[in-house]
Write a protein that binds this ligand. Structure first.
Ligand code: UDX
Length: 432
């Protein structure tokens, strides 16, 4: 099968590399020439464990290639995946589909034989119908089939998620396209992945509904964590106790800072916007967004109280600033709310992140990046464990502190409270 991935962002690049590794011939297309040239040199522009090695291996054995020539790449391929961004519209909440439709127009003039056109980007319900309309202006409907195949890759775990997915969702009513798609995914189905074929609109909605539900689960446990703090209960016991009920399940019940990243904040807003369009009130998702937006404020209030409401000139260290571990992605990370707010109040902030310096803080007063955990915590009054990197899971605080006792705020519940307290540190965590 000859595959063409349009867009070498997170979705397109990871999927393209993994499809090549499954034995397909894949061409990854992007309009950014610099990006394509770097990829040809083996430089992967995103931080994703294992991706670079897999890209180099498949580029060398010629199953994977990169190009800026969209039209030629489409003509040469049988299956076209649209993997461009669908960010939130500026000043709005719906998804900006301009890149999707630009690409569709280009594909439209390159359909020289039967092709399956797939949306892998997260797109609102009925986008597939629109794509089909655009393509049929220039092409006979027998020459193409528009399919929805949402991705469920988590950053930092994307290769594993691609190789061992819980489910593969294919949205099409077209028998021929369905058969080809099942064949494409057969190496993963034979390893145990569930394969679900639905209508195209249902596949589009499954993606949004899944992300909105996961965001709800996290927000729910974060609110329960607030109650646990007031009642002397450990939220981890609640997560375990709830999670053991198979109807609930234990994953995505970890309390912590506000959820962030490239998907949950954007997709929760977009599903509401779609529902509004169809005059349906998704009141639960609306409350989730509100509660998550308020989460950073709740954690900031706790920080003020820990420092006796005196923030000015307090030395605060952030260990980890990305929205989660194993990624360099800063999109909608809660640190983007907390650090500016503390800096504005006069705190002196140092941060260390395993993925290095972050431009997002470059213009803030008294915010500096440090090259190691040791440098970052030196002379700190408060150390905040913001992201759950493995690097932060077994720090010997006693050795690092050299006699000075800073306060530790463990926003990811990485440590045992009694052990840290035994070492003489004031220790706070979430939901305990
Ligand atoms: C998500 C979806 O999981 C994935 O299926 C989708 O296709 C893309 O969006 P991702 O954004 O990479 O993936 O990260 P994820 O691991 O889902 O975490 C999202 C946010 O939720 C992070 O801020 C994370 O810290 C937070 N989270 C997750 C919690 O606070 N608690 C949890 O128990 C799990």
């Amino acid at each position: 099968m000859k595959l063409c991935m349009i867009g070498t962002g997170y979705v397109g690049l990871v999927s393209g590399v993994c499809f090549a590794d499954l034995g397909n011939e894949v061409i990854c297309v992007d309009k950014d020439l610099n990006k394509i040239n770097s990829l040809k040199k083996g430089k992967v522009p995103i931080y994703e464990p294992g991706l670079s090695e897999l890209a180099i291996k498949n580029y060398r054995n010629k199953r994977l290639n990169f190009s800026t020539d969209l039209k030629k790449s489409v003509k040469d391929s049988d299956i076209i995946f649209i993997c461009v961004g669908t960010p939130t519209k500026k000043g709005g909440s719906s998804a900006d589909l301009s890149q999707i439709y630009n690409v569709t127009n280009e594909i439209s003039s390159s359909i020289n034989r039967f092709k399956i056109i797939i949306t892998k980007s997260t797109v609102p319900v009925t986008t597939g119908d629109e794509i089909e309309k655009i393509l049929s202006r220039k092409n006979n409907k027998k020459k193409f089939s528009v399919v929805s195949n949402p991705e469920f890759l988590r950053e930092g775990e994307a290769i594993r998620d691609f190789s061992y997915p819980d489910r593969i969702v294919i949205g099409t009513n077209d028998k021929k396209a369905g058969k080809i798609m099942k064949n494409l995914y057969s190496p993963l189905i034979s390893k145990g992945a569930s394969y679900l074929q639905t209508s195209r609109r249902a596949a589009e909605l499954i993606k949004y509904a899944s992300n909105a539900f996961l965001a709800t689960k996290i927000t729910f446990i974060n609110e329960i964590a607030n109650l646990c703090e007031k009642t002397g209960i450990n939220v981890e016991d609640i997560s375990i106790g709830m999670g053991l009920d198979k109807r609930i399940g234990s994953r995505f019940l970890r309390a912590g800072p506000a959820y962030g990243g490239s998907c949950f904040p954007k997709d929760t807003k977009a599903i509401i916007s779609t529902a509004d369009k169809f005059k349906t009130n998704l009141s639960v998702v609306k409350s989730v967004i509100k509660s998550n937006e308020n989460r950073s404020k709740i954690l900031l209030d706790r920080i003020y109280r820990m420092l006796n409401k005196k923030i000015k000139n307090k030395k605060i260290t952030f260990l980890g600033v990305t929205f989660k571990a194993n990624t360099d992605d800063m999109r909608d990370s809660s640190s983007l709310k907390m650090i500016p707010s503390l800096s504005k109040k006069g705190a002196i902030i140092k941060y260390f992140d395993p993925t290095g310096y972050k431009n997002e803080f470059s213009k803030l007063k008294n915010v500096t990046n440090k090259a190691s955990i040791k440098d970052a915590v030196q002379s700190a009054d408060l150390v905040i464990l913001h992201t759950e990197w493995n690097d932060f899971k077994s720090i010997n605080f006693k050795n690092l502190a050299k006699g000075k006792k800073f306060i530790i705020f463990d926003m990811r519940n990485l440590y045992s409270s009694s052990k840290i307290k035994q070492q003489g540190f004031k220790y706070y965590s979430v939901g305990k």
